[in-house]
Ligand binder design. Structure first.
Ligand code: AMP
Ligand code: MG
Length: 395
């Protein structure tokens, strides 16, 4: 059985960056830019007023008590004339500065009388309140590097440069197969011996946090042939195949055999961890297969710990920069040695609290956990105040 760190390494070593595609910027939120973006214009593309006020020539102020107001330039209008000496022009935030004008005085610092402008601004300096052409971004310059995540700021920035499309890394195609004769779908009446199928719900919700809609979600009995057939028919549809349940060593656990029948190369099966010890990872061509132990908390924990980093790498994210922090434990925790523990936790105050209901069948704590605490394989006693590794569940 391999350790968690070995298993995670194998997953990432076997994960490749996906291809790229060009999409509307409106649809690109949360994706990663696949190539350096260079500005094709200056921004601002003209000298622009930063305030509502009056444009003038600074040097005129030495000789004049007042300037004649010769017109106005609303935002969006190209100024038809240059500003002649000893005159001023009404101007607004975003208006293009006319030729000759070099300074804007704000309207709160002036008096207007008979079309004459009197300035009461002892702090006025040449160039004040003008945003110069190219002062944010120069034409031809590197605007955003490949690898940048398109968060709202990046989206607005790119739109401001005139881009309505962007090249991003692809989002992986994912199929989900749930195995278990005992499973029935929520919404139906419960019958003796059956349990509600919940893993597809937690996985679907977790995938949607990464903008991924599964290609297919199916439920199948514990039947070797049936599982083999469904693996074969879904493999070609996806970059990642998630199978939940049936991956352990019980008489009705057929997933490993079915994967073998389907030509999968097993890269590991079983990890020194709790929950999720029977975790399987394999590959057919470039499709990655995760056999997630069926207990609901084990399925979701393994998804967060192994599948998310793999998806992040496929989509071009910097895997190391995501979701890992160290916090002091708020309450002690005792575990057995020899297994890494993943504990559902909640960040409170300056530290992290392990929640109740940590068994792998218990989702009640996962429902409001905001992190997973990773406790080292070798250690048993964790005291209050000990620094522990915390994986945030929010994106
Ligand atoms: P298995 O991994 O197939 O041995 O299943 C372990 C436990 O998880 C059993 O109690 C199953 O009933 C339960 N289980 C498996 N798959 C699901 C699922 N999709 N939804 C809810 N519980 C499941
Ligand atoms: Mg089962």
């Amino acid at each position: 059985m391999i350790s968690v760190s070995e298993a995670k390494k194998i997953v990432l070593e076997n994960t490749d960056l996906l291809g790229t595609h060009i999409i509307p910027l409106y649809d690109a939120t949360g994706l990663v830019i696949a190539e350096d973006v260079f500005a094709t214009i200056d921004v601002p593309s003209f000298n622009q007023s930063a305030m509502d006020g009056y444009g003038l020539r600074f040097e005129d102020l030495n000789e004049n008590k007042s300037l004649s107001i010769v017109g106005e330039i609303p935002a969006g209008v190209f100024p038809p004339h240059q500003l002649l000496p000893n005159s001023a022009i009404r101007i607004f935030t975003g208006s293009q500065i006319p030729e000759g004008c070099d300074t804007v005085v704000i309207q709160e610092k002036v008096t207007v009388n008979s079309n004459q402008l009197y300035i009461n601004d002892e702090h006025l300096k040449k160039g004040l309140n003008i945003r110069l052409k190219g002062s944010q971004t120069a034409k031809g310059g590197l605007a955003l590097k490949a690898g940048t995540i398109i968060r709202p700021g990046a989206s607005g920035f790119l739109a401001g440069l005139g881009f309505d499309k962007v090249k991003v890394f692809n989002v992986p195609k994912v199929c989900i197969i749930n195995t278990g004769k005992e499973l029935i779908k929520p919404g139906q009446s419960l019958v003796p011996g059956k349990v509600y199928e919940s893993n597809s719900y937690s996985l679907n919700a977790a995938l949607s946090e990464l903008n991924i809609e599964p290609q297919n979600i199916i439920c199948i009995d514990d039947d070797e042939q049936g599982i083999t057939d469904s693996i074969k028919s879904n493999l070609s549809k996806c970059d990642i195949l998630l199978i939940s349940g049936g991956v352990s060593v019980g008489d009705y656990d057929f997933v490993a055999k079915a994967l073998n029948n389907s030509g999968a190369r097993c890269l590991f099966h079983k990890v020194k961890q709790k929950p999720g010890k029977p975790l399987y990872f394999g590959k057919v061509n470039s499709t990655l297969i995760f056999g997630l132990p069926g207990n609901p908390a084990a399925t979701l924990t393994c998804y967060y710990e192994y599948v998310v980093p793999s998806i992040m790498k496929m989509m071009g994210f910097d895997v190391d920069s995501t979701i890992k922090i160290f916090l002091p434990l708020e309450t002690p925790f005792v575990k057995k040695a020899g297994l890494t523990f993943f504990i559902k936790g909640k960040i409170e105050g300056n530290g992290v609290t392990p929640l109740n209901a940590q068994e792998s069948y218990q989702m009640s704590s996962f429902a409001f956990a905001d992190c997973i605490i990773q406790l080292d394989e070798d250690r048993m006693d964790f005291r209050q105040g000990d620094l522990v590794e915390v994986h945030l569940l929010k994106k």
